[in-house]
Design a protein around this ligand. Structure first.
Ligand code: GDP
Ligand code: GDP
Length: 435
């Protein structure tokens, strides 16, 4: 299940401050949309072992007051549609404003959990002032200071259990789950239709319930998997300036529900920032990744065009360049089946378990001949390694002085692992630990 917290509220109540606080220095993904005064952000975090995404929905269009209010309305609607829990932020120093009242009436229409949060309560004196927010009609409010972080723990303690209340029985338990993600108009629906033609009868549309994705069982040519199609792909009635962000929100959700992400780009447009955002999101969520460069039929080709384009993308992907890249035409169905085969291979790679004995047999001699550089005359010795019993590939290397092992060596080890074991398309983690 995708656990998504959306932050809504009028400008300056402290959404982005709280966002940063919730992310705790983790890297946010910035979504710049032309014409918007402020970027929108999303990122992943966790609390007591539960992972969740946070979305700061507050990006605004420059313009008149009317446009402004329209933007906030859209922002709230987006949150209602996409989030699992909504944090409605207000500002104790300003009191209740007309816009707060509007937001609160919009939020009254949802069944999703809404948390009224009074921000900027930096000291106990301000606690009393917060009482006026009772009149917004919520059963309860939380007082926090996004700036100092006080109160945010209690808030998360109450938000997290609402994720778990959502019961969902997965009719496709155990089958690989694949999503096709990408910017609008790259050809996601066309590929989906190419794959699923004649399969419409087995669509399970669970829209409106706990899941908004449409899941379709693909069971042909010896392959069986579930395609997680975001409703947004088929329902394209969004206002244009929001389409991009809307599709990104959809992507977040379906990426979290999937094992494999087919990241589709448009050959005629090149690799853009938004593609990078989706890649990072998939990578951070430790999903398997296949890159598809679609509309290849539109590209004028010379002898080396494909190779050159592939190199161009691999450079963009670095250091995570051990990823399959496929050139397709969803319209003519060129390499559509190859895409399926590759995604299934990546699924296999993601589930790969290397026996400890085999791992040590291969990795220890490599480490012995190229050990981590010694630091201040101290020799770093790695004695043993093992793959951790996690769902996705993670490796622990046990050393006498793990704290001295630096990023470049970690990358060296990762590359060696990739050379000897097939983890193509799969983000892997390497940890150095005290033996
Ligand atoms: P947003 O427009 O809702 O994202 O609001 P920002 O996060 O940009 O914050 C608006 C202003 O309020 C900034 O000047 C912040 O420093 C300030 N601010 C945010 N949180 C707090 C808080 O908890 N206490 C105080 N005193 N100021 C805050
Ligand atoms: P989505 O927004 O990513 O789902 O994109 P669509 O599947 O709706 O495709 C957007 C447009 O690109 C449509 O007009 C498609 O017909 C066209 N299109 C999709 N795939 C291809 C392709 O491989 N080659 C060409 N030439 N056009 C394509």
């Amino acid at each position: 299940m995708a656990n998504i917290i959306a932050l809504v509220g009028r400008p300056n109540v402290g959404k982005s401050t709280l966002f940063n606080r919730l992310l705790q220095k983790r890297e946010a993904i910035v979504d710049s949309v032309a014409g918007v005064t402020r970027d929108r952000h999303y990122g992943k975090s966790d609390w007591n072992g539960v992972d969740f995404s946070v979305i700061d929905t507050g990006g605004y269009i420059v313009g008149s007051e009317d446009v402004f209010e329209e933007e906030i309305r859209k922002q709230v609607e987006l949150a209602i549609e996409e989030a699992s829990a909504i944090v409605f932020l207000v500002d104790v120093t300003e009191g209740i404003t007309e816009m707060d009242q509007e937001v609160s009436s919009l939020l009254r229409r949802t069944d999703k959990p809404v948390f009224l949060v009074v921000n900027k309560v930096d000291n106990a004196m301000l606690e009393n002032d917060a009482m006026e927010f009772y009149s917004l009609g919520f059963d309860k409010y939380y007082t926090i200071s996004g700036m100092t972080g006080s109160g945010t723990g209690d808030l998360l303690d109450d938000i997290i259990p609402t994720f778990k209340e959502i019961e969902y029985v997965d009719p496709f338990e155990g089958l690989p789950k694949i999503t096709i993600a990408g910017r609008p108009n790259v050809g996601k629906s066309t590929l989906t239709n190419a794959l699923l033609e004649n399969d419409r009868n087995i669509v399970t549309d669970i829209a409106g319930t706990t899941r908004d994705s449409i899941e379709t069982l693909y069971d042909k040519f010896g392959y069986k998997f579930v395609l997680i199609d975001t409703a947004g792909m088929r329902k394209k009635n969004r206002v244009s300036e929001d389409l991009e962000f809307y599709s990104v929100m959809r992507s977040i959700r379906s990426i979290e529900d999937s094992d494999i992400v087919i990241l589709m780009t448009d050959a005629t447009q090149g690799w853009e920032k938004q593609d990078m955002n989706i890649l990072h999101l998939a990578q951070k969520s430790r999903k398997g990744i296949v890159i598809v460069v679609n509309k290849w039929d539109l590209v004028e080709k010379e002898t080396n065009t494909l190779k050159q384009y592939e190199n161009y993308i691999r450079e963009k992907l670095a250091p995570f360049s051990d990823v399959p890249i496929i050139f397709t035409s969803a319209i003519t169905k060129q390499r559509v089946f190859k895409t399926v085969e590759t995604a299934m291979k990546v699924f296999e790679n993601r589930a790969r378990r290397v026996k400890t004995s085999q791992l040590n047999e291969i990795m220890l001699p490599i480490i012995e001949s190229t050990p981590p550089p010694s630091i201040k005359g101290k020799y770093i010795k790695i004695k043993y390694c093992t793959q951790l019993p996690t769902k996705t590939p993670q490796f622990a290397f046990f050393a006498n002085l793990p704290q001295y092992i630096k990023e470049p060596y970690k990358r060296f080890v990762e590359n060696k692992l990739r050379q000897h074991f097939d983890f193509t398309g799969v983000p892997i983690e390497v940890y150095f630990r005290q033996k």
